[in-house]
Design a binder for this molecule. Sequence first.
Ligand SMILES: [Ca+2]
Ligand SMILES: [Ca+2]
Length: 266
Amino acid sequence: MKSLFSILTFFAFSIGCSQPASKTAQPESSINMPLISNEKDESDTLTAKLDKGGVNDSFLLEKEEYEKQKLLLDMGLHHRIKELLNDTSVKVLTQYLLERQDKDEYKIFGSLKDIGDIDNDKIRDTVIVVPELLAIKDEDSDNVYYENGASFVFVNRKLPRIKVDAMCVSCDYIFPIGDIDEDGIMELGQYYSSCASRLKVLLVLHLEDGVWKEIAQCLYDASMEVPHFSKRIKKLKKGLFQMDEITLENKEQFGNAKRVFKFKLK
Ligand SMILES: [Ca+2]
Ligand SMILES: [Ca+2]
């Protein structure tokens, strides 16, 4: 994937879900929301510190905590995101959310997409997109660097989240493709958008040892939208699936825009 992604560049931020909340969503009352006694006073104090130039580590921590508390009080924010705000292992981009609180696009952070029963427990699963600061390990140097990204987060806590190192993300970019290896968990397709480039990537994800792993990929050309990207990955039989790559480059190089790749998953 690294080689494919290296040809893409990342510019704009655009996170979204287009489908309405599922009936499986849990009520807001299930969240234990801490209270802020006087929000305005705290805001004024923080602003005063900023004016004095008192920006240091402790100030940033205080600001982060203030943003977190403000979001926890927001009834429009989905309870699953609030859980992540209280999870020290996840760094939700609080400022990103707050900057959008009064805009229409903010509604997506209160809604879910139903993507079917992924773990075969007879309960349909729902997914939401969460903006997140990601720790990414460089494969060559082993150094860790941080990048704004997002995650597909399932309301079903048994399913781990899927991290995306870009911010052009929509709930529609993740979709089930069937249980290819028939282990009881659906494999997922993912549309990976670089925001700016014509060439995107289609990925196949397989849940293994509690992590969604990329097991196959092909290119997606945004200028050739038919058929829809979710129709370009098919299970052929147990342990075998196909990906259709349709690009202008294929047409120029091989005389046919469509190339078919077959993969095994045992
Ligand atoms: Ca399920
Ligand atoms: Ca499977």
